[in-house]
Design a protein around this ligand. Structure first.
Ligand code: DC
Length: 207
């Protein structure tokens, strides 16, 4: 948590494009699940990957609007249930290789802020600047709780803590593109800092 807000602010102040790669994994997992295609169904995943178009627009409110084949799915992919699904499908190499093309195609002038677990290690290994954000599990759960509550999701803090820990474990232990910091990333612990300070620090690193 924190990466979406930071990415958004940096992209906005610089007038750069924004890639929320988690939203892409969530949208893919949501669609596969709705169509009854299991993560292990390699053939079904391949067909879905070829047939599915994703689009992302920034609404006037600043929120990212996600569409799958033209259909708005933004609110339906935001909850923790879809986060868990995304984490399961994200461990499948066929899913990752399909989504990597889409992510790389978003690298456009004047610049791109890409947010996600494997941006610096796999998708954009030659990025100008790589930031790896960390925060204590309690603080991450609290931020996620506030974020979901503000969107009227029915969540509890204790359950979120357990779900975040479980998802981290799954994302960090998978064989392809696991959650690790790139060796050349700047690590920033956001636990005790306000977002404005971190935006300033990252802005300084870019100048
Ligand atoms: O950042 P997020 O919570 O929206 O991501 C949801 C899941 O998608 C995450 O648990 C794992 C997967 N994901 C991934 O494997 N690689 C990315 N670059 C982004 C997300």
């Amino acid at each position: 948590t924190g990466k979406g807000t930071l990415g958004n602010q940096i992209a906005k102040t610089r007038g750069w494009h924004l890639l929320d790669s988690g939203a892409l994994y969530r949208a893919f997992a949501f669609t596969a699940n709705q169509r009854g295609i299991a993560p292990a169904d390699i053939q079904g995943i391949g067909v879905l990957g070829r047939e599915t178009e994703f689009s992302f627009d920034i609404a006037a409110s600043g929120e990212v609007e996600i569409r799958v084949n033209g259909r708005e799915v933004s609110m339906r992919v935001r909850g923790e249930g879809c986060g868990r699904l995304a984490s399961m499908y994200a461990a499948i190499p066929a899913v990752r290789s399909r989504l990597i093309e889409h992510q790389r195609s978003r690298r456009q002038d004047p610049g791109l802020v890409a947010d996600g677990r494997d941006m610096g290690t796999v998708v954009f290994p030659d990025a100008t600047l790589k930031i790896f954000l960390t925060a204590s599990p309690e603080i991450r759960a609290q931020r996620r709780y506030n974020q979901l509550k503000s969107k009227d999701f029915d969540v509890t803090l204790r359950r979120l803590e357990a779900e975040i820990a479980e998802r981290d474990k799954q994302d960090a232990s998978r064989m392809v593109a696991p959650l690790v910091a790139a060796s050349d990333a700047v690590v920033i612990d956001t636990s005790r800092r306000r977002i404005g300070e971190i935006v300033e620090e990252v802005d300084g690193l870019l100048s």
